[in-house]
Design a protein around this ligand. Structure first.
Ligand code: NAD
Ligand code: DAU
Length: 336
């Protein structure tokens, strides 16, 4: 395969490129990435001199670059996005441009060059929220009901992708995945923020009372799920991907981190809640039954590996941690 990966220098994209080359060394990859604050050039240094890998610094909104790169590949795996809910509350405009218009640009080029597969990486957040006391789960038939500008922009991009399948017969697949965690995740996100705060002598910031829940999936399991869809998924189909059988509350999550890092509850600080704070749980029966995929990591072993990685790779996160905490100070002052 000749694959165009968008957003390959971010968290999931860089894990995916590592995973793909390990398991499909004969394939070639072009990574188109704008290198926003969320990207880290250190993530992919090992491929710098590889003949099968090309990095292009550029924006998916740039029609010329997109056209030129799409003409060279047969497959697109589209990760590039503004991905952080709290930043979409601070400034939604870039989310609409990158996530909606950027996806549209890629779709137009994919149609022009009759790409064999356009795989769109999406999120469980498009489905909205589950009541706090409910055991419901999202699945492929759940109606879209996004809450944040981030999830609304991802929902819009999903609709566009599906419309290009229905109207133009573009061979698309879509995956709606739950919360990922693992190495190379930006320290603005809950799990790396919590681990790096404890490693820096600070406290974990818990939004509200910590009652909100999520489904958590190790990033390597997400990469395996995307591989299963690329190799055996049915054109035009959507697959929900999750790692657990039921939602895990943020309190359960932080207690696991505290236990693994030998800290007590005095290392928790309860802070103002996020507006429109959702809850998510995902039913991943379809991908399990149809493609034989299931997660390999359980939350405890995945979290231990993640804590170890952040402990051993402090140089990787120290600078971005500072920037992330500056962003949160600004956000909190705006919300006062
Ligand atoms: P991330 O923020 O870590 O990385 C995003 C990458 O996209 C960065 O490298 C950034 O530079 C690049 N990018 C942003 N705007 C761009 C543009 N206009 N042109 C080119 N590149 C651009 O995000 P992530 O957590 O790796 O998420 C990747 C994808 O997976 C996103 O589409 C996100 O919505 C989706 N997703 C993420 C999660 C999660 O838990 N992180 C879960 C489900 C789905
Ligand atoms: O569900 C998939 C989504 O997961 C992806 O689409 C997004 O790209 C990804 O960022 C993630 O979104 P969340 O909003 O769920 O992730 P975040 O890490 O920001 O927050 C996880 C939970 O932890 C959420 O309930 C809010 C809470 N939280 C977050 C932070 C940063 C805290 O309690 N304290 C914090 O400091």
């Amino acid at each position: 395969m000749k694959i165009l990966i968008t957003g390959g220098s971010g968290f999931i994209g860089s894990n995916f490129i590592k995973y793909w080359f390990k398991n499909h060394p004969e394939d070639s990859i072009i990574n188109l990435d704008k290198m926003t604050y969320a990207a880290n050039p250190r993530n992919l240094v090992e491929f710098e001199n590889s003949p099968n890998y090309k990095f292009v610094k550029g924006d998916i909104l740039d029609e010329k670059i997109v056209d030129e790169l799409v003409s060279q590949v047969d497959t697109i795996v589209h990760f590039a996005a503004e991905s952080h809910v709290d930043r979409s509350i601070d400034d939604p405009s870039l989310f609409v441009r990158t996530n909606v218009l950027g996806t549209y640009n890629l779709l137009m080029a994919a149609k022009k060059y009759q790409i064999k597969r356009f795989h769109h990486i999406s999120t469980d957040e498009v489905f909205g929220t589950i009541e706090l006391d409910s055991t419901d789960q999202f699945n492929e038939s759940t109606p879209y009901d996004p809450s944040s500008p981030y999830s609304a922009s991802k929902a819009s991009s999903d609709h566009l992708v599906r419309s290009f399948f229905k109207t133009f017969g573009l061979p698309v697949t879509i995956s709606n995945c739950s919360n990922n965690y693992g190495p190379f995740q930006h320290p603005e996100k809950m799990i790396p923020r919590s681990i790096t705060s404890l490693l820096s002598g600070g406290k974990i910031k818990v939004y509200g009372q910590g009652l909100n829940f999520r489904d958590w999936l190790h990033v390597e399991d997400h990469c395996r799920a995307i591989e299963a869809i690329l190799l055996n998924g049915k054109i035009g189909e959507t697959y929900c991907i999750g790692g657990l059988k039921k939602g895990t509350s943020n309190m359960e999550l932080v207690r696991l981190i505290l236990k693994l890092m030998n800290k007590g509850e005095d290392s928790l600080e309860y802070v103002a809640d996020r507006p429109a704070h959702d809850n998510y749980a995902v039913n991943w029966d379809k991908i399990n039954k149809e493609l034989g995929w299931e997660p390999k990591y359980d939350l405890e072993s995945g979290m231990k590996q993640t804590v170890d990685w952040y402990t051993q790779n402090q140089i990787w996160w120290q600078e971005t941690k500072k920037e992330a905490e500056e962003f949160y100070i600004k956000l909190n002052s705006l919300n006062k």
